[in-house]
Design a protein around this ligand. Structure first.
Ligand SMILES: Cc1cc2nc3c(=O)[nH]c(=O)nc-3n(C[C@H](O)[C@H](O)[C@H](O)COP(=O)(O)O)c2cc1C
Length: 218
């Protein structure tokens, strides 16, 4: 068995998304102690900004006429998809940045979709695989809060992972990670603690479930 884990935080130390994803991974590893975890750190080792356009351009260019950049982008897209296809379970850890999806996660996902195995109109090569998305936010976007509706990342990520890629997806969310960092959020300390504990419990529960699940036929 292999777990594929992608991290999109731009930091390593103090990263909440990594911490929560570590709990998911620990539960998976407890069931699969001798099995491999393949890691992709797109936040710190990003896909280059030009790769997606080059891969898209390659699709409209006869193979023999492709530029070096196009060939390289096509090969990179294939390698990214190979890693997903080879995995039995998938774990994504992605923070909210500027009210939207992490650019590094989006760039990576866009490149993945250029591969013919993941293109529109075909059943994705990873359809039915069990997956957990861990997503964290500095503030809160819960119903009734002033910024309800401002989180434009979670909906897009669910759309891609669950609907487009047809993964068997569960989501762990942690909000108010900037409490203790941003003084204007000090009034939310108790709530942040409670949400943090819930996220940790959800991570353990979903991690155990991830370890137990087997890929479903799409
Ligand atoms: C450049 C930048 C932009 C951010 N934008 C938002 C935002 O729009 N909304 C929000 O709730 N938190 C925002 N945050 C806070 C992060 O979501 C939060 O710090 C999160 O914990 C980061 O993930 P990490 O802890 O795994 O590094 C932003 C953080 C950074 C560094």
């Amino acid at each position: 068995m292999t777990l594929f884990r992608l991290d999109a935080s731009i930091r390593v130390d103090g990263s909440h998304s990594r911490e929560v994803a570590d709990l998911v991974e620990a539960e998976w590893a407890a069931t699969h102690p001798d099995d491999a975890v393949v890691r992709r750190h797109v936040g710190t080792e990003p896909v280059s900004a030009g790769a997606w356009a080059a891969a898209v351009g390659a699709a409209y260019t006869p193979e023999g006429e492709r530029s070096i950049e196009q060939r390289s982008a096509v090969a990179q897209a294939a390698a990214e998809v190979d890693a997903l296809v080879a995995a039995d379970a998938l774990l994504f850890a992605v923070p909210l940045y500027n009210f939207g999806v992490s650019q590094h996660f989006k760039t990576w996902a866009d490149l993945v979709i250029t591969d013919p195995r993941m293109a529109a109109g075909v059943t994705p090569a990873i359809a039915g695989k069990p997956a957990v998305l861990v997503t964290v936010r500095g503030g809160s976007y819960a119903a009734g809060t002033p910024r309800e509706g401002w989180d434009h990342a979670s909906g897009w990520m669910r759309r891609i992972l669950a609907d487009v890629w047809q993964l068997d997806l569960t989501v762990v969310e942690k909000e108010f990670t900037l409490v203790g960092v941003n003084p204007t959020l000090d009034q939310f300390r108790d709530l942040a603690d409670e949400l943090g504990r819930k996220a940790e419990q959800d991570a353990r529960d979903h991690g155990r479930a991830l370890a137990a699940r087997r890929p479903q036929a799409a």
